[in-house]
Ligand binder design. Sequence first.
Ligand SMILES: *Cc1c(COP(=O)(O)O)cnc(C)c1O
Length: 421
Amino acid sequence: MTAPQHPALTLADPELAALVGAEERLQAETLRLIPSENYASAAVLEASGTVLQNKYSEGYPGRRYYEGQQNIDLIETLAVERAKALFGVGHANVQPYSGSPANLAVYLAFAEPGDTVMGMALPMGGHLTHGWGVSATGRWFRGVQYGVRRDTGRVDLDEVRDLALRERPKVIFCGGTALPRTVDFAAFGEIARETGAVLVADIAHIAGLVAGGAHPSPAGHVDVISTTTHKTLRGPRGALLMSGEEHARALDKAVFPGLQGGPHNQTTAAIAVALREASGPAFRDYAHAVVANARALAEALLARGFDLVSGGTDNHLILIDLTGRDVPGKTAAKALDRAGIVVNHNTVPYDSRKPFDPSGIRIGTPALTSRGLGTEHMAAVADWIDRAVEAAGTGDEKTLAAVRAEVADLMSLHPAPGLPV
Ligand SMILES: *Cc1c(COP(=O)(O)O)cnc(C)c1O
């Protein structure tokens, strides 16, 4: 018997502690390919579990509504300064609770209910919060949406420009949640200037690639940068809003008191730690390795006859269209899960199936790269996906179990950051 990982929790609530332990084992033994997920470092996890969470600190450093901020002010200032330095911006707000509230704060800062806003359509790769109908952002604003071309699977910037000139949105979002290709921030910047819109780069997925120099930076091309901190950036669950000085006040007012109460100080501290990690040379290597792994994985999947949206990837993410394999996305995702490979089903552009059971699966390399897998492993990963998707079609549970064992073997050789060994 080894000592329990979480002694106080085990003593106080063994039932819950057992569930946490089970999740630790699951994250250790499986190949996690969901492109928005990652492994935060032990240092990030420690910071986010500290007594900082006991403190209320509505307001901003030096301008609080509660006393006792001697340490909190220094912590938040550290996070803000690190964000500004890492992303090359004049202003950063580190308080948004997550990516969705960060985007809502942007609307609150720059638009009124009923105004026209523009973003990429959800089934084309955009995010719910970019004005999609079921989201508050699509109900309280008039969302107009661009997509990708049917023939290339890529954003058509002429279409974006025409739509923006016709609809005159107050706010334009670029970036998305299922986009395998580089976002042309400079081109979006020209369109926004021509049409008088506030341009927001939502880099939730690619923030770590931007920080590590593996994707062009939006800084200097856009008015606002919105990002989560827990995807490729490898921090705690949280978000950042960044801009030049001219939008600083509007953004800060929108986050607090516009939308939120007290900031989550333990998260702010963990964001500061993650930003420090992301500014080192090892993180640059990480970001480039994520992209190299995704390219190698895309090549290996193409070689096995898979159909990839846009024909490949420039970043960390691959969208597989399973239409030609005759296996629905959800069936494939569930079979892969039984094989120890965790993905999500996803719509593909112009999907012929319904959103709750679409034609695609979405995968990515951030988490596997965090555990040290390299391009030399991507043929094996593609092979596992191929065998599992084939087995999903034929109901071959033996193959799924065999793949699961092979996956667990490789994972045991590559311990993940932040997990007990
Ligand atoms: C993940 C994501 C968000 C939302 O982040 P949450 O933390 O899940 O609320 C917003 N925009 C994009 C592009 C995302 O990928």
